[in-house]
Design a protein around this ligand. Sequence first.
Ligand SMILES: NC(=O)c1ccc[n+]([C@@H]2O[C@H](COP(=O)([O-])OP(=O)(O)OC[C@H]3O[C@@H](n4cnc5c(N)ncnc54)[C@H](O)[C@@H]3O)[C@@H](O)[C@H]2O)c1
Length: 360
Amino acid sequence: MNWKNTRTLVTGGASFIGSALVDALVQRGATVRVVDNFSSGRRENLAPHLKSNAIELMHADLLDDGVARQSVRGMDLVFHLAADHGGRGYVDLHQAACAGNLGLDGILFRACVQQNVEKVVFASSGCIYPNYIQNDPTEMLYLTEDKAGPPYDADNLYGWAKLMAEMTLQAYHRDYGLKAASCRYFTVYGPRGHENHAVIAMIARAFVGQNPFVVWGNGEQIRNWTHVDDIVSGTIRAAEAIGDGTAINLGTTERTRVIDAVHEVLRYTGHKAGIELHPELPTGPMNRVADNSLAKRLLDWEPQIKFMIGLRSTIDWYFSTKDRKKIASELETLLTERQSTARESSRIAAPDPASATVSA
Ligand SMILES: NC(=O)c1ccc[n+]([C@@H]2O[C@H](COP(=O)([O-])OP(=O)(O)OC[C@H]3O[C@@H](n4cnc5c(N)ncnc54)[C@H](O)[C@@H]3O)[C@@H](O)[C@H]2O)c1
């Protein structure tokens, strides 16, 4: 695919993953527009591109009248990452807010068809897989794409909305000829990540010297934390190679217990603390790891960054960019909210059409 001058929209492009995707698209020479309401995204994530006028930024809410249509107008390709989303602490505790994604995705996809966008690439999630098959941490379970089938049992309203969006895109492909791909991201970590996700939460606890060091769950939960750079390269390959609505896993097959990640964070940071397990706090499934053979076959993609290597460089990033006093004072809020202050996106705000501002 020739990225040079491909007109590309990244919804939620100021986010952790969205901004890394914008970096990669700009590097490939694509023409990039970002739409974001900054409910969790940050302007600073896009700072170099804004400074050099390399991207166009629409500061607007996709749920407001006409914004979706305006943002996709003239685009060849739309990467849809905007979502009311956070880590385990957020999606477990803010179900109504996450349900809003059902509306957001529907409005955006409809606008894409109306404005003749050629292709949509959707940021889906490992949360679409049935919870009931992910209970046993001793099982060598690898979630193949076909395991997302009846009886459906997605993870929270967040997972259900992602599943519905995948299905909607497949229907739009069949009925309207819209080209589409869904990428099922698995627990992404890396620079610009949020404290409401497990890996950054662990790093933040070490950063502020928390003692006892709190771990949500019994520590035996298995995850396949996948580095944001691998997620971005897989998403771009999906845009290049998939058009029929296929949903594909983007995740490593490394199996890491939460407690092993905690031990490495403590060892690498030199923080000495007792560990306090809290099984009553949000834990998520006990065993969630992707199979990525379909991505290997269709995208010629597999993750390049081993978890322990990526973890250490993420710790280096966090320790070199954050303010210890500020994080210490906000930590409890950051673990479950999308912002350190008020949860703008979790409230149902009155539409404000005048709020859409565009800068380049
Ligand atoms: N981080 C993960 O581990 C993970 C895993 C699976 C899927 N995903 C998906 O990847 C995408 C990006 O996630 P992320 O982790 O980078 O963080 P994120 O949740 O901060 O990204 C969402 C972005 O969308 C913006 N946004 C939300 N509602 C909007 C609206 N109504 N109008 C305009 N912009 C809006 C936010 O400001 C933010 O920049 C999301 O769709 C998320 O569901 C992330």
